[in-house]
Design a protein around this ligand. Structure first.
Ligand SMILES: *[C@@H]1O[C@H](CO)[C@@H](O)[C@H](O)[C@H]1NC(C)=O
Ligand SMILES: [Zn+2]
Length: 306
């Protein structure tokens, strides 16, 4: 009992025997191009050839076929009609599924990626494979998988159309409250509805991995800069209505994000449309950095003179 409480405080849904710290021996989890990462804006390089991502079929709500509680996340199986293309992607990619990562309500955010150390409430991952390969083939190709990642932020300022879409989608959660349960979807909501007014021209791009074992290093990541704003009560539903076991009284499925991994010598690129955003971020970031340098110099001087 005490142990369980300690672990649930420390790691949410990940039980002691399977948490991210124990993944080192699994698959590629100890590799050099792992995900997620913290994106540090002052180290991102602007790539003018990264134009808007192009999406085909994402407006079709009928492509959302089935929802399942896997015990680790809630996964939606998609039909084969959603395609992704665009700059820096060597082929056409087909969307296979989407799922989310979250923390515990809006006050304990649970996105996987971070921007300058900021974590958002949740993160939506749309998983695609190159030329519609199956996942077992895709993980063997360094660019076999393309994930579109959207930050999701609980906010009272959510636009009503986006709020309605997420509220409608979240109604399905209680139908799959236990691990292993699945349900056919007769969805009136499309992925485009869930994406809201996200600007598809503004994103970061880097080479990484799956964020669960075997952590295969096969993913081209596209992380949109602006979060989708959804009502706080929708965020709360994810961490309160799902169980991580086959008992409805089991531990709640929450905090299902992997800690950030080392970026190493990988280059994180910003799309063309983010050019101004990067330079204004650099401007905003630099005064505190100068101030900290100033502080550390003034605190070191007495030591040097001793
Ligand atoms: C994946 O596709 C390849 C090639 O089409 C096939 O040989 C393999 O059996 C498939 N694997 C699974 C798990 O379906
Ligand atoms: Zn994910």
């Amino acid at each position: 009992m005490t142990l369980m409480m300690v672990f649930s405080l420390a790691g949410g849904c990940y039980a002691s025997s399977e948490g991210p710290k124990t993944w080192i021996s699994l698959g590629r989890c100890n590799g050099k191009r792992q995900s997620p990462i913290n994106i540090i804006l002052s180290e991102v390089s602007h790539n003018p050839s990264l134009g808007p991502v192009s999406l085909v079929g994402y407006e079709n709500s009928k492509e959302l076929r089935e929802i399942k509680n896997t015990g680790k996340t809630v996964d939606v199986h998609l039909g084969d009609g959603l395609h992704l293309g665009g700059f820096g992607l060597p082929a056409r990619y087909t969307a296979k599924s989407f799922h989310l990562h979250w923390g515990d309500g809006v006050f304990q955010p649970g996105s996987e990626h971070q921007i300058d150390g900021k974590r958002y409430s949740m993160e939506l991952h749309i998983v695609h494979t190159k030329n519609n390969m199956n996942m077992s083939d895709a993980v063997k190709d360094p660019k076999g998988i393309a994930v579109l990642a959207f930050f999701v932020e609980g906010s009272e300022k959510a636009q009503s159309k986006t709020a309605d879409a997420w509220e409608s989608f979240a109604k399905n959660l209680k139908k799959v409250s236990k691990k292993g349960e699945d349900e056919d979807l007769d969805s009136s909501v499309s992925l485009l509805d869930l994406m809201g007014s996200t600007d598809l021209a503004r994103y970061y791009r880097y080479p990484g991995s799956l964020t669960t074992p075997g952590c295969d290093e096969a993913v081209v990541w596209t992380i949109f800069a602006e979060p989708i704003q959804v009502p706080p009560k929708v965020v709360k539903k994810f961490s309160s209505e799902l169980s991580s076991t086959d008992s409805s009284k089991g531990p709640q499925l929450k905090n299902n994000f992997r800690p950030v991994q080392k970026t190493g010598d990988r280059k994180v690129e910003a799309s063309d449309a983010l050019k101004d955003h990067l330079s204004s971020a650099a401007f905003l970031v630099s005064p505190p950095v100068v101030f900290i340098l100033f502080l550390s110099i003034t605190t070191f001087v007495p030591f040097l003179s001793v």
